[in-house]
Design a protein around this ligand. Structure first.
Ligand code: ADP
Ligand code: MG
Length: 551
C-alpha cells in the first residue's frame, strides 16, 4: 500500500469545490459518467485497431445506488487505469487543475457558479469519500484501489478486480443525500446523458405486479446512443426528424420545418434545429435549444451564445469545440462559440431562402407562423436582415404575398406621392379599418396587412434604409387624400377582361398571374376594375403578341 500527499497548497479541496460549485451540484454525475464513456470509447478504438483483445461488445456504463451505504457507483468496461495512470491523471493533473481554476477565477466566483465542472473532482461536491477500483486493459496489469476523502491525502493500493474497467464509488455526504434517490438520479441522467454514445444503464426496467413495482430482467438503458443529429441527412426521413423532435420535447406541436447542421470545416458542428410554430408570446418560448459537446449535454440556456432571434428555435447543437467545463461568461466570449453562432445564422437564412425558392406555395402557407421569427431576426441581426430581404413577404388585404421587389413593381406606377416617393399603405387592423381599406382599393391602391407587434419596428427599419419609400397607416384622412390614379383597364369591357385573364396568367407565370391581374372568373359585373398600370398592361399585350407570333 502506498500513501501520498497530493501537491496542492490548500489543505482541503472541499472548501474550494463547495464555494465555487455552489449550484448545479448534479453536474458531478455528468462528469463521472462521461469519463466512463470516454474510457469505453478509448477501449473501443484500441479494439478496432486490433491493439487489444479485450471484448468491447457488451460495454456499457452502469450506475447503481446503495441506499443503506449511501453510495452511487458508476462502473464501466473501459480502458481502466494502472497505478501510474491514477497518479498521473487523478492525483496530479486534476489537483493542479483545481489550483489553476482557483487562480483564474478567484475574483469571478459569481460568473462561474453552476457552470464549471471540475471533471473527476466534481464528485467531491457531493461525496465525503470517493473510491476508484480499476483494472487497466494492459496485459498483466494489477488492479488498483484509490481512495480519497477530499483532503490532499490519498490511499493507493492493490485490489482484486478481475475484469478490465473502472468503478467510481461515491460516498454521498449528508448535505447531498437527495442524490441517493432513484428518481433524482434518473432525472439527472435524463438531463445530461440522454444521448451519450455508449449504453448507460441504470438498474432494470420495472413492471407492475400485484400493485407493486418490480424489476424485470431487462436493463434500463436511459440513452439513445445514436440520436438523429449524429446521422447523415440522407439517411433520415421526415418522420425521423419528427420523432426526434418528440424525443426532445414530448407532446409538442409539430414544428414547421428543420435545418440539419453538418459542418466539419473550419470547425466541427452537427445538430438539428427546428422552427416551432410561434405564438405571439415569444418570451416564454425562448431557450429550447440544447447545447451538446460530443453528445454530452452542456446547457439549454443559449442566450448570449447564439444570436437573440435564434433562441426562438428549438433543437440540438453539438460541437466538440464547445468547451464542456467552463463558465457561461467564458462560453459567450469563446471564439469557437462565436464562429458557430455566425455560421448558424447564415445556415438559417440559407435554408429559408431555399425553402422559398423551392416551394413558394408551401412557404407562403407557413409565412404567418414564420413571420415573427423572421421579423425578429431582421430587427436584431444586420446580416440576417440583408439576406431576408429576398424572402421576406408582404401580405396584402386580399391575402396575397409579395416579396419586397415584387411589391415595389406592383405599386411603382400607381402609388407615389408628388415627390415620386413610393407609398406603402398598410392597415394594422383589418376589421376596424375595413371601410378605409375598401375606399383605398376603390382608388386603385393596394393595402398591406402589418398587424403584429414587430411590424412598426420593421417599418422604421425599412424607411431608414429606403428613404424614397414611405409607409402610411391607413385612416380616413389618408384615404381622403389619396389621388385616384388613372385606371388603364377602364377602357376594356368586362367581357374583354374576362377573356384576357387566362392569357395573362399563362403569359406572365413569373408573377403567378395573380399578383397583378385580379382573378376575373370570380369577379361579378359589379366588381372593381382590375388594377394594373397602363405600362404594365401594354407590356403584357406586347409579350402576349410576341408569344403568339412565335408560337
Ligand atoms: P478530463 O475528463 O477532462 O480529462 P477528468 O478530471 O474528468 O478530466 O478526468 C481526469 C482523467 O482521469 C481522465 O482524462 C482519464 O485519464 C482519467 N479517468 C477518469 N475516469 C476514468 C475512467 N472511468 N476510466 C479510465 N480513466 C478515467
Ligand atoms: Mg472528464
Amino acid at each position: 500500500m502506498q500513501k501520498g500527499k497530493i501537491g496542492v497548497s490548500s489543505d482541503n479541496l472541499f472548501p474550494i469545490i463547495k464555494k465555487f460549485l455552489y449550484s448545479d451540484h448534479d453536474i458531478f454525475l455528468r462528469e463521472i459518467v462521461s469519463n466512463a464513456v470516454d474510457a469505453t470509447q478509448k477501449l473501443k478504438t484500441l479494439a478496432a485497431r486490433g491493439e487489444t483483445s479485450v471484448s468491447v461488445e457488451n460495454a456499457a456504463v452502469r450506475i447503481s445506488l446503495d441506499e443503506d451505504k449511501k453510495t452511487i457507483t458508476v462502473s464501466d468496461n473501459g480502458i481502466g487505469m494502472t497505478a501510474e495512470e491514477v497518479e498521473k491523471y487523478i492525483n496530479q493533473i486534476a489537483f493542479s487543475g483545481a489550483n489553476e481554476f482557483l487562480d483564474k477565477y478567484k475574483n469571478d466566483a459569481n460568473a462561474i457558479i453552476g457552470h464549471f465542472g471540475l471533471g473527476f473532482y466534481s464528485s467531491f461536491m457531493v461525496s465525503h469519500k470517493v473510491e476508484i477500483i480499476s483494472k487497466s486493459y494492459k496485459e498483466g496489469a494489477q488492479a488498483i484501489r484509490w481512495e480519497c476523502d477530499g483532503s490532499p491525502e490519498y490511499i493507493l493500493e492493490d485490489a482484486d478486480r478481475t475484469e478490465v474497467g473502472t468503478d467510481i464509488i461515491m460516498y454521498i455526504n449528508e448535505e447531498s443525500e437527495e442524490f441517493v434517490n432513484k428518481a433524482r438520479v434518473s432525472e439527472i441522467l435524463n438531463k445530461y446523458c440522454k444521448f451519450l454514445p455508449v449504453p448507460v444503464v441504470f438498474g432494470k426496467k420495472t413492471t407492475w405486479k400485484d400493485g407493486k413495482e418490480v424489476d424485470t430482467e431487462e436493463d434500463n438503458q436511459i440513452n439513445d446512443i445514436a440520436p438523429a443529429w449524429t446521422k447523415k441527412p440522407v439517411d433520415l426521413k421526415d418522420e425521423d426528424y419528427a420523432s426526434f423532435y418528440q424525443q426532445l420535447y414530448p407532446y409538442s406541436e409539430e414544428p414547421l420545418f428543420n435545418i440539419h447542421l453538418n459542418v466539419d470545416y473550419p470547425f466541427n458542428l452537427t445538430g438539428i434545429l427546428y422552427f416551432p410554430k410561434l405564438k405571439n408570446t415569444i418570451e416564454v418560448q425562448k431557450n429550447k435549444i440544447q447545447l451538446y459537446s460530443n453528445q454530452v449535454f452542456v446547457t439549454d440556456s443559449v442566450e448570449g451564445i447564439v444570436p437573440e432571434f435564434l433562441t426562438l428555435l428549438h433543437g440540438v447543437i453539438d460541437s466538440p469545440d464547445i468547451p464542456l467545463n467552463v463558465s457561461r461568461s467564458y462560453l459567450q466570449s469563446d471564439s469557437n462559440v462565436k464562429k458557430i453562432s455566425t455560421h448558424i445564422t447564415k445556415k438559417v437564412a440559407d435554408r429559408l431562402s431555399q425553402l422559398f425558392k423551392d416551394n413558394r406555395e408551401e412557404f407562403e402557407k407557413k409565412w404567418d407562423d414564420l413571420k415573427i421569427f423572421i421579423e425578429y431576426g431582421m430587427l436584431t441581426d444586420e446580416k440576417f436582415a440583408e439576406k431576408a430581404m429576398s424572402f421576406f413577404l408582404f401580405k396584402n388585404t386580399d391575402g396575397k404575398y409579395f416579396t419586397f421587389e415584387e411589391y415595389e413593381k406592383l405599386i411603382k406606377d400607381s402609388q407615389t406621392d408628388k415627390d415620386n416617393n413610393l407609398i406603402y399603405l398598410y392597415t394594422s387592423h383589418l376589421e376596424d379599418q375595413y371601410s378605409f381599406i375598401q375606399d383605398a382599393k376603390n382608388k386603385g391602391y393596394d393595402v398591406l396587412v402589418m398587424d403584429d407587434v414587430l411590424s412598426t419596428h420593421l417599418i422604421n427599419q425599412f424607411e431608414q434604409k429606403h428613404t424614397d419609400k414611405r409607409f402610411v397607416r391607413i385612416d380616413s384622412d389618408v384615404v381622403d387624400h389619396l389621388i385616384r390614379k388613372e385606371d388603364p383597364a377602364d377602357h376594356l369591357s368586362f367581357e374583354e377582361r374576362q377573356e384576357l385573364s387566362p392569357v395573362f396568367q399563362s403569359v406572365c407565370p413569373e408573377t403567378n398571374g395573380v399578383n397583378y391581374v385580379i382573378d376575373f372568373k370570380n369577379m361579378g359585373e359589379q366588381a372593381q376594375p382590375m388594377v394594373i398600370t397602363r405600362n404594365e398592361f401594354m407590356r403584357r399585350m406586347k409579350d402576349m403578341s410576341k408569344l403568339q407570333g412565335n408560337g
